[in-house]
Design a protein around this ligand. Structure first.
Ligand SMILES: [Fe+2]
Ligand SMILES: [Fe+2]
Length: 289
């Protein structure tokens, strides 16, 4: 089952990824500081046509209702806030267009990986708001980019997907463990290497690398919050498709929530907020991609 010949080309394909877009990097860096002067952000954005255009478009979209129209980037940045700006910066980058493409290997349609990524980031924000923890832009960015390794592995999983699923069922493995069994590496570890190549802060690359480790293994740090946000999204999806999966929520509650100082009601509230938040994601999906 293990295909040792594939590991080398997989690792080599990381070098073929485009460099991380500079403007997005600057925006992510600036938005790490919650007290950042918005003028500094505007100074970066205003030289990028796509980001400027998309900021104005989101501001004037139906998501923001019928409030007064926004015509300048200065007003738009204030209205949107740092986290929306982060998402728009990433969504507008041509270099990252693979995010919006279909990832057929994984069976994702166009926009699906991006939708999952943005939703996970939004969930991380909602979750930490529940325990009044200060919002952390590294957490938000980690959640946004946690599955970047899937873009690399997508090309290889396609023909092996059936084998992987069979192996996962037979050996009672998760799909991530099946990736590791077949390729000798999984999308989380690959994503960590991509983040290191892009010279991201180690906290961010660690969060990406470890996002499939059990959250119980960690004291609630950024890695664990990304993992939990990812889990909540999957539970939300399962619940919306199969209502009998409701018991999964209590699994989160019993084994993990206590460590995060979260209550079951907090998760229920976040779940209830997701549909409205997903509307924003849809709006973002309709931006540059
Ligand atoms: Fe993942
Ligand atoms: Fe994920």
């Amino acid at each position: 089952m293990f295909e040792p010949d594939l590991l080398k080309p997989i690792l080599e394909s990381i070098d073929k990824l485009p460099p991380f877009p500079e403007i997005a990097r600057k925006i992510l860096e600036l938005s790490r500081d919650d007290d950042v002067d918005f003028k500094d952000i505007i100074d970066v954005i205003k030289y990028d046509e796509a980001i400027t255009f998309n900021c104005l478009r989101l501001c004037n979209s139906s998501y923001y209702g019928l409030s007064a129209k926004t015509f300048t980037i200065d007003q738009a940045v204030v209205k949107l806030g740092l986290r929306n700006i982060q998402m728009i910066a990433l969504a507008s980058a041509n270099e990252l267009s693979d995010y919006s493409n279909a990832q057929e290997g994984y069976g994702f349609g166009a926009g699906e990986l991006w939708r999952h990524s943005v939703a996970t980031a939004i969930i991380s924000k909602l979750l930490i708001e529940k325990i009044n923890l200060k919002e952390d832009s590294i957490l938000f960015t980690s959640a946004l980019l946690h599955d970047i390794g899937k873009i690399v592995l997508n090309k290889y999983v396609g023909k092996d997907m059936v084998n992987m699923i069979e192996l996962a069922i037979k050996e009672k493995l998760s799909l991530v463990e099946a990736e590791r069994a077949v390729f000798g590496i999984d999308h989380a570890e690959l994503g960590g290497i991509v983040a290191e190549n892009w010279k991201f802060p180690s906290m961010l690359s660690n969060a990406i690398k470890n996002h499939h480790e059990s959250p119980e293994k960690f004291i609630p740090n950024i890695v664990a919050w990304v993992r939990l946000s990812n889990l909540v999204y999957h539970v939300y999806l399962a619940n919306s498709v199969y209502s009998h999966h409701r018991e999964i929520i209590s699994n989160i509650k019993q084994s993990i929530l206590f460590q995060f100082k979260l209550k079951k009601e907090d998760i229920d509230q976040v779940m209830a907020e997701i549909p409205e938040e997903l509307k924003k994601v849809e709006m973002l999906l309709n931006l540059a991609f």
